[in-house]
Design a binder for this molecule. Sequence first.
Ligand code: G3P
Length: 216
Amino acid sequence: MKLFLDTANVEEIKQATDWGVISGVTTNPSLAAKENEDFSKILPAICNLVDGPISAEVISMDYEGMVKEARELAGVHKNVAIKIPVMPEGLKAVKTLSAEGIRVNVTLVFSVNQALLAARAGAAFISPFLGRIDDIGQTGVALVRDIVDMIDLHELDAEVIAASIRHPEHVPGVALAGSHIATVPFKVLEQMFKHPLTDQGIEKFLEDWKKAQASN
Ligand code: G3P
């Protein structure tokens, strides 16, 4: 399972790429709105930092608007993938854009039916939002597993991006469910490093080393 970073914050992306674990980035209008800079400046900066799919979302709700916005965003860099919500106008745009070789990440997916429709329309990526499924009392990881199973069973081309990840335990959950990609907020990525036994182990190694140096 690849790890993408779910952020529009360039500093976070710089730090995560230095750690060598990030294969792509996903953004959305809410994440972009948190930044102080215009998204037209942020997107090329992200593309310069990460050599992998960078998802940028359209905000138009009609086919013509989505296709126009998508072509502009895709023109920024070859790695830009277009995020489009799963809805009839959106899937019509997915069909047009995928035929042009533009990769589309179908977003706001909450059911196997929506994932099947997205894959049939030609989506390169499908993003189930597991945290929001948990929010309504269902199990997000189970949805990811069902979508991955459906894609494998029918040999569809789309890759699943487990999105709306809220805590580090979601990550092994979706990895073991077979998700191709997990897109994680920076905070969750930091939390993935943490284990009290690692901290204790480092402390003990250093302490023993210092003791040995002092007695030599
Ligand atoms: O990748 C989608 C993600 O940004 C949504 O997360 O926490 O707003 O449900 P959240």
